[in-house]
Design a binder for this molecule. Structure first.
Ligand code: URA
Length: 434
């Protein structure tokens, strides 16, 4: 078999066999197939797609590229959620301790920044001392302790996704239903969750820009997940405006803290409550979504979710005191303000443009070798529906490189649209597939 023939077959729209996919993935992981050939193959898949069978083979090969975490003996329910990626999407950081406070155990394997979207691991890394590189012993111990464990792909667990995820990020091959499906499900299978809730983002800040694309991805995740023997729910949520007020790695940790203390913004809390509630239903903690929502609200109000978060920070090497001292003070060197030019109401904050501003200033990566910057980001002072007067601050952009300030301001100016008419708030939850 030769990689070039498989690339050509896909380029011509052919359906790959199990053996061909096995050849490519094992060769990629052991280094015998170079990245330039995998990049070409990814681009062919991006344009020609994959059948349901091919997506299943790819997912299974990616799982088989490493170990599957052994959670034998950990009492359930073991439930996780995964987002297809958005801007300002810090839901996992709030949802994991919240679900744990409700009695679910959350084995969570997340990703890093991808394309214009942020990454849970990059955000968690900004907590002083916190590490997401934990071994299986620690992973199990956290599940028995706080009830949540936060990690990422590694050389041992789904190494194929670790390599391919980074490669897709810099080869413009992220927005592909089969590649997203295999990437997400390989991680979710390897981490040992019994039930899964997917947050399929839809809108300018998502990889799926409209409802038709989002439904295709949701169906692919649900069907492939079920074919792997998992209980699956998918929720399609709005992602045309960044979620919450903060976009940036430490900035999003700060906003997660606000949410866990009961002071979170409505859009972010609506999505977080709904997804967590589905985890409780999928895990059998609650029999229906309304009682699950009530339990979630109660665990935020009582402070139990916040306590779980602090416990997990300690378990993963973090320093809760240093974190709380850093709140509101860990900032990059420059802060520039974008001001409104006219009176009116905020009609739109383009989430894609906001995400790309983030990538430019260092929230995400331009090359696989780039390091993300912990304290840069964008604080949205005004959100859709807010009334503004000329001169009001719309957002503050935190940067480490003064030379980027003018471009960042211009991009955010393009992202904001102000109009004369009051704005009608839109539902965050667009559709549920159970
Ligand atoms: N999240 C993932 O883990 N993988 C993708 O491809 C997209 C979002």
């Amino acid at each position: 078999m030769r990689a070039v023939d498989i690339i050509m077959k896909k380029r011509m729209g052919g359906e790959l066999t199990k053996e061909e996919i096995h050849f490519l993935i094992t060769g990629y992981v052991d280094g015998s197939i170079p990245e330039y050939q995998i990049s070409a193959w990814l681009m062919a898949v991006y344009f020609k797609g994959m059948t349901f069978e091919e997506t299943g083979y790819l997912t299974r090969e990616m799982i088989a590229s490493g170990e599957v975490l052994d959670l034998e003996g950990i009492p359930g329910p073991l439930v996780d959620k995964h987002s297809t990626g958005g801007v300002g999407d810090k839901v996992s950081i709030i949802l994991a301790p919240l679900a744990a406070a409700c009695g679910v155990r959350v084995p969570m394997m997340s990703g890093r920044a991808l394309g214009h979207t942020g990454g849970t691991l990059d955000k968690l890394d900004t907590i002083p001392g916190f590490t997401t590189e934990i071994d299986i012993k620690q992973f199990r111990s956290n599940l028995m302790g706080s009830g949540m464990a936060m990690t990422g792909q590694s050389k041992e667990v789904v190494p194929a996704d670790k390599k391919m995820y980074a490669l897709r990020d810099v080869t413009a091959t992220v927005e592909s239903v089969p590649l997203i499906t295999a990437s997400i499900l390989s991680k979710k299978f390897a981490e040992g969750a019994q039930s899964l809730v997917f947050d399929v983002k839809c809108g300018s800040g998502a990889f799926m820009k409209n409802m038709e694309e989002a439904e295709t991805l949701a169906t692919s995740l649900v069907e492939t997940g079920r074919s792997l023997g998992r209980k699956v729910v998918a929720v399609i949520t709005r992602m045309d405006e960044p979620l919450g007020h903060m976009v940036g790695n430490f900035l999003e940790i700060e906003e997660s803290i606000d949410c866990l203390k009961g002071k979170g913004p409505d859009d972010l809390m609506d999505v977080t409550y709904r997804l967590t509630a589905w985890m409780l239903v999928a895990g059998g903690i609650c029999s229906d979504i309304d009682s699950a929502l009530a339990m979630c609200r109660e665990k935020i109000e009582s402070g139990e979710a916040w306590e779980k978060f602090l416990l997990n920070v300690k378990e993963q090497g973090g320093d809760p005191e240093a974190l709380q001292k850093g709140y509101g003070t860990f900032r990059s060197a420059y802060a520039v303000e974008l001001k409104a030019e006219t009176d009116g109401y905020v009609q739109e904050i383009d989430a894609f443009e906001t995400g790309m501003t983030g990538v430019m200033i260092g929230v995400g990566r331009n090359k696989t070798t780039d390091n993300v910057l912990p304290y840069v980001g964008i604080e949205l002072k005004k959100k859709c529906g807010d009334e503004v007067k000329a001169g009001d601050v719309l957002c503050v952009i935190y940067t480490e490189d003064e030379g980027k300030n003018a471009d960042a301001l211009a991009k955010m100016n393009a992202a904001y649209k102000i109009g004369p008419d009051p704005y009608v708030k839109k539902d965050m939850i667009l559709k549920e597939i159970k």
